[in-house]
Design a protein around this ligand. Structure first.
Ligand code: PHE
Length: 444
């Protein structure tokens, strides 16, 4: 395995920008950041941390004794065996593409507007203002279409800044797919039907404003083509969920919105008395296809998160466990047929320790403008994987001084041993000190 190197040209700068006590992002002119073979300039967007960079190249989805890899194999097998041409699978699989992408790949190519909240610095890990760790596998859709592919799966690690609890982790894994068809494939038995409305000139798609104001279809597509694609998409995905969870799995479709598909849906399955969102999907916006090349196809796309599926299938109670290198965990998934019925047995449950942290915000920040995700990243950077959860417990504005205060509960639990209170207190104090310096707060 290639070792990830985080090197700064100037060592002093490494210390300045990523030292625990000086957490804020590196000013533009200070540093460049090396990831693997490449060097990137940093700027006011840079918010990636060494902790996050340490997850690159772990490739859990390709490790054969990892539960995520078992789920990946089952889904890939389903697509390989369900779609063949002359005995060969028609889907090609891309599961080893670097997670470092451009904002063009992650957003622009997918028609995600300039002001869309998913671009916010508080939600993504930026290397600089034009480069980030992909926030979804859909980031590779356009380049693969441009390369001439029509049916493909993109599998890998994606990065999002988020809250901390048993189901969220800043890195998770997705399988994304595109399936495209030409008129002759889609309407094999109905040569009189077409993919595009007569008013749409597919040889000059840019002269046509493709509206998505009709909830049923894009204006360039015929109703027949949209409905047939919708039926296929839904059948294929239900087929997949049945392969994973059994024939009797209860599910429902929910209308959704994604900038890159229209119409769009989410699939929820009924699992342990709750509706659980498993995937997003829809008909690819024709602008994306036309910009990337093909002007004679209609395509569907979807994206599935692997962690949730694996946690449900194998009854894994905490998302951090998929990162475990503990043999007690991995042995339960080792040398297993991908279809084996595995129920995770906790090696042992170690106690939690909860410490609160209350502080006054500086006069320039309010309880509404304080970026929770900045705080979560700082806690995770210092506490590492023993941080089980960070909860915002209380917000308070002093009636007289009008000073704003926040209180977070930090839950500590080691997955493999018991933590002592003294040990936790020491880390908690380090978090207090680092937060005091980084956010200019005053601990209460
Ligand atoms: N990229 C979307 C997400 O991460 C999922 C998606 C993929 C939805 C493809 C529609 C089509 O949530």
């Amino acid at each position: 395995m290639r070792i990830m190197k985080i090197l700064f040209k100037n060592r002093r700068i490494l210390f300045l920008s990523f030292n625990k006590n000086n957490y804020s992002t590196a000013p533009k002119y200070l540093a460049t950041l090396r990831i693997g073979e490449k060097e990137y300039r940093t700027d006011e967007y840079t918010n990636i941390t060494p902790k996050i960079l340490s997850y690159l190249n772990r490739n859990l989805h390709l490790k054969k004794d990892n539960p995520l890899s078992l789920v990946r194999q089952r889904i890939v097998n389903y697509f390989y065996s369900s779609f063949t041409h002359g005995g060969n699978p028609i889907f090609s699989v891309y599961d080893n593409v670097s997670p470092v992408v451009s904002t063009k790949q992650n957003f622009d190519d997918l028609l995600i507007p300039e002001d869309h909240p998913s671009r916010a610095k508080s939600d993504c890990y930026y290397i600089n203002s034009t480069t980030l760790l992909r926030a979804h596998m859909t980031a590779h859709q356009s380049e693969l279409l441009r390369a001439g592919l029509d049916n493909f799966l993109m599998i890998g690690d994606v990065y999002r800044r988020d809250e901390i609890d048993s189901t969220h982790f800043p890195v998770f894994h997705q399988i994304d797919a595109v399936r495209s068809q030409r008129k002759e494939q889609l309407f094999e038995n109905h040569p009189d039907l077409d993919i595009f409305e007569p008013s749409f000139d597919r040889t000059n798609p840019h002269a046509y404003t493709n509206s998505i104001s009709n909830p049923i279809k894009q204006s360039c597509h015929t109703l027949e083509a949209t409905k047939l694609m919708e039926a296929q998409l839904k059948n294929h995905l239900i087929g997949m969920v049945r392969v994973l969870f059994g024939e009797d799995i209860k599910y429902r479709w929910v209308d959704a919105y994604f900038p890159f598909t229209h119409p769009s849906w989410e699939l929820e399955i009924y699992y342990e008395k709750n509706w659980m969102e498993t995937l997003g999907c829809g008909i690819v916006r024709n602008e994306i296809l036309a910009n990337a090349g093909p002007n004679n196809t209609i395509a569907y796309a979807f994206g599935i998160g692997l962690e949730r599926l694996a946690m449900a299938l194998y009854k894994i109670p905490d998302i951090r466990l998929v990162w475990s290198t503990d043999s007690g965990f991995l042995a339960q998934f080792q040398n297993k047929n991908a279809n084996a019925n595995i129920v995770y047995k906790p090696v042992s449950i170690y106690p939690q320790c909860t410490n609160d942290l209350s502080f006054w915000l500086p006069p320039t920040t309010t309880i509404d403008t304080f970026t929770n995700n900045d705080f979560y990243d700082l806690v995770r950077d210092i506490g590492g994987d023993i941080i089980e959860q960070v909860k915002l417990k209380d917000k308070f504005i002093h009636p007289k001084t009008k000073k704003h205060s926040l209180c977070y509960s930090i839950v500590y639990r080691h997955l493999e041993r018991t933590l002592t209170q003294a040990e936790v207190n020491k880390i908690h104090k380090e978090i207090e000190d680092a937060a005091t310096k980084a956010f200019n707060i005053v601990v209460r």
